[in-house]
Structure formats: C-alpha cells, structure tokens
Design a protein around this ligand. Structure first.
Ligand code: NDP
Ligand code: 2IT
Length: 450
C-alpha cells in the first residue's frame, strides 16, 4: 500500500475509533478487515465514492430492550437484550444469539460485523446480525431458562422473521434454548416459519446443523493440510472450549485419525498427552452440563491432567483450534505455540486470537485460518436449514454433510485465491477478508446509497 493510501486508512480507523470509543472488540474487528482490504478498496473508486467501507462500519440498526423474568423463588430479574442487524444486502440478517454476562454492544457489534463477511463467504443468500443478553444461565433451572427465553422473545419477535432476520445459537444458546425461543416466537407471531435455525429435527430443524461448525472447521483444516500433502493422521490437536464447536471439532478430528490432546473451560484445561479417546467425547457430547464438570467426567473415565486456571496453548501440539471465545489466545500464547513448532491455528470461535497473536503467526509463518472462514460451517448449515424450511422439505444427512464439505472446500479455495502464495505461505486471513469484502461491497454498491 502506498503512503497516501496508508494515511487514508489511518484516517478511516481514527474515524471508527472516535465513533465507537468504548467498544474495543468492535474496533478490533473493523481494523482487522480494513488492514487487509484497504489497498484494493483504494483502487475501486466506485466503492470509495459510495463510502462502502464507512457504511459497513455502522450496523444497519441496533435494537436494545429490557428482559424482565421471574426466577423459581419468585424473585424478579432485569436483564438487557439486543439484536444487532449489521448488513442485509446479501440476504436476511443471520447470526446467533449469545447469553453470557460479558455480552455488551461492543461484543455484539463485532460479532454481527464478522457475521456479515462470514455469511458472504458461504456463497448463500444470507446477511449478518447477532443478538444476545447479559443473562448468566449458569446454575439456572430448566424452567428459569425457559422463562428467560420467553421473556427475551416477547420483544425480539417483532424484529425477526424468515425473510427479515433469522437468529440461531451461540455461546450458551443451543438446541434447548432455540426450542424455547422458537415456541414463543410461534405463539406470538401466530405463524410456523423458519424464523430461527438450530431447531429440533421434529419441528423444522436440519440434520448436521448441531455438528456443522465443528465438522466444518475440520473440513477446512483438512484442505489446509492437503495443500501441504499432509492429513490429520497422528497430528496432535490442542482445542480450547468444550461446548458445541469444540466437542464436534474434537469428534471429527479423532474420526480422521488425529490425537486431541486438550479441551478446556473457563476454569482450566484438561491435558491428555495420548489423546482423549473418541468414545469419551461421544459419551458426553449430548449431555447438558457445565463445561468444567464435563471435563472432569472425561478425566475420571479416560485419565489426563487437569490444569486449573490455565489455557491449552502451552502444551506441545501440531495444530491449535481455539473454540471458546474472543481474544482467548494472546501474544504470549502465540509465542508458546511458535516455540513448540505448531504448524496451523484454525479458529472455531469468533476472533479468538488477539491482533498481536496474529502478527506473531504471520511472522513465524504459522498458517492461520480466521473464524469468518474456518467456522462458517455453522451458518452455512443454517442457510441450508432455511432452504429446507422455505421449500417445506427435509434433506438427508449424507447430502447435507457432503454439501457442508463442498462449502468449506469452496471457502478454502476462495481464501487461497485472494491471498496468493508467497514462499509457500498462504495468508488465509487476508484471503478471507478480501474475498468476503468483495462480495459484500459489490452487493452494497449495486443497491444504491441508503
Ligand atoms: P458453547 O456455549 O457450546 O461453549 C462455549 C465453550 O467456551 C464452553 O466450554 C465455555 O466454558 C467456553 N467459554 C465461554 N466463554 C469463555 C471465556 N470467557 N473464557 C474461557 N472459556 C469460555 O458455545 P459454542 O461452542 O457454540 O461457541 C464457541 C465459540 O464458537 C464462540 O466464539 C461462538 O461465537 C463461536 N461459533 C459458534 C457457532 C455455533 O454454531 N454454535 C458458529 C460459529 C462460531 P464455560 O462454560 O466454563 O464458560
Ligand atoms: O457465529 C456464528 O456463525 C454462529 N453463531 C452461527 C450463526 C447462525 O446463524 O447459524
């Protein structure tokens, strides 16, 4: 990039920072994209004069609401709920709902921003959004979860719909929560439609949706390895988290011959140098329990060591798959991975690596797949669930798994094509940003100023 373009990019980032001063995660996500796309953006005068990048740095709208619910003792609680509808230029707003005490507008804006570009990479007609609440479901009874989901939907239902905005799951929102949310949506809207994805198979859900993010991540990883004439056989894989994404990634990696040497929770990490047995993952994958307890269950049955308060990245591994949450892998962790000769970091979570960590990966030539590419399998399967709902049909498991594989291969190839290859190193991060931005920017430009 020449110095005049660099100045323009710095001005753009200053502008984003000044408008979103107390939203560090959102600024991080915008900067991440801008650094990779700004050079080509500067060359496209039509994009620049229509201020496409500036427009994409502001969500279409943010809905914020009070969620008032009653616990089992009759006490009343007041939480906050949001839906960030970031960009609907390619299709209905699409993206998960997160329930976690850390949820705020910065986190939801970054997730919705990322989602727009991730959805674009799938090639399906879906846009980007994200929602959630600062509600903490830990320790809550099933009835409390139900009442909370219903209270959340009492407001959200006016803003969603199969052609408007189609939420799904994310942290602490899985099959059970989607069931409660969908039930309340159906009652309030008096319509049975595919306004949410991740539903049970009995009421409009799709085969493979639950597995899709984790399986898709491993399909993407397999493409990265194949370019190096390698496969997953005997590779040591460190995974963080032990939720939907982490466990399905672990299951598929083990099926393909890898050794999964870690899983983790917010409390610590389970390390198993021989590899956690696949049958133990299969045994716990459908259980609804606290992550730390689930890991203790695996340890009790299969051995391994529990490291309280630690993260997976200090252990020797060939491949690292951060699958828990944003900024969970920092510069020190990246250095430890580099020192241990880790080859590949592929993101199952959204923005799990800090900016410093990513710089270290590039510097040390560690291949790094960004979440918007490597975890796109979940939203891709959601898109296929929408297609099945719209056509009043259900597709077979095998067909959906093949479709998922095809989509992940296609995303991988888009990344390689747009990144180029320099001395055998593919900058997947840059390739994903450029490929995704090209599609979204073209759609925004074609639809006029608004
Ligand atoms: P789950 O709620 O199923 O699991 C989350 C896991 O991450 C748990 O093991 C949890 O442990 C851990 N975790 C959550 N917050 C933290 C934290 N602050 N520090 C350390 N560990 C934490 O969520 P998912 O598996 O669905 O989501 C995981 C990641 O994948 C998220 O970044 C999400 O946005 C992303 N993602 C999810 C998709 C999906 O379809 N579900 C699709 C694409 C991306 P504990 O319970 O102890 O907090
Ligand atoms: O981050 C994500 O891609 C998700 N949480 C899934 C979104 C979706 O609409 O399936």
């Amino acid at each position: 990039m020449n110095s005049s373009n660099e100045r323009c990019m710095d001005n753009f980032i200053d502008w984003v920072e000044s408008r979103n001063a107390d939203e560090p995660e959102f600024i991080q996500a915008v900067r991440d994209l801008a650094c990779d796309v700004y050079a080509s953006y500067s060359e496209r005068k039509a994009w620049q004069s229509a201020k496409v990048l500036e427009r994409l740095s502001e969500p279409d709208r943010i809905i914020s609401f009070r969620v008032c619910w009653e616990d089992d003792r009759g006490d009343i609680h007041v939480n906050r709920g949001w839906r960030v509808q970031h960009c609907g230029a390619i299709g209905p707003y699409k993206g998960g709902i997160r329930f976690h005490p850390s949820v705020n507008t910065s986190i939801l804006k970054f997730l919705a921003f990322e989602q727009t570009f991730k959805s674009a990479l799938t090639g399906l007609p879906i846009g980007g959004g994200k929602g959630g609440s600062d509600f903490d479901p830990r320790g809550r009874s099933d009835r409390e979860i139900m009442r909370f989901c219903q209270a959340f939907m009492n407001e959200l239902y006016r803003h969603i719909g199969e052609n408007t905005d189609v939420p799904a799951g994310d942290i602490n929102v899985g099959r059970r929560e989607i069931g409660y949310l969908f039930g309340q949506y159906r009652r309030l809207a008096n319509t049975f439609s595919g306004a949410l994805t991740g539903k049970d198979i009995e009421f409009g859900g799709s085969h493979v949706r639950m597995e899709a993010t984790g399986y898709g991540l491993i399909y993407f990883l397999r493409c990265m390895l194949a370019r190096r004439d390698q496969d997953l056989e005997t590779q040591r894989v460190a995974i963080s988290g032990s939720g939907n994404v982490a466990l399905h990634a672990a299951q598929k990696a083990i099926d393909l011959g890898a050794r999964v040497i870690t899983l983790s929770s917010s409390k610590g990490v389970l390390h198993h140098s021989e590899g956690i047995p696949g049958k133990e993952i299969n045994r716990v994958i459908e259980l609804r329990m606290d992550s730390t307890e689930l890991l203790e269950k695996i340890r009790a049955a299969a051995g391994g060591d529990w490291h309280e308060g630690e993260k997976p990245w200090q252990f020797e591994c060939d491949i690292a798959l951060p699958c828990a949450t944003q900024n969970e892998l920092d510069g020190e962790d990246a250095k430890a991975l580099a020192q241990n000769q880790c080859l590949i970091v592929a993101e199952g979570a959204n923005m799990p690596c800090t900016e410093t960590a990513i710089e270290i990966f590039k510097d040390r030539k560690i291949l790094h797949a960004p979440g918007k590419a490597s975890n796109a399998g979940g939203v891709a399967l959601s898109g296929l669930e929408m297609a099945q709902n719209a056509s009043f049909s259900r597709w077979e498991q095998q067909r959906l798994d093949e479709k998922l594989l095809e989509i992940m291969q296609d995303i991988h190839n888009q990344c390689v094509k747009h990144a180029g290859e320099h001395d055998g190193y593919v900058d997947y991060h840059r390739g994903a940003n450029i490929a995704a931005f090209n599609r979204v920017a073209s759609a925004v430009l074609a639809q006029g100023i608004g």
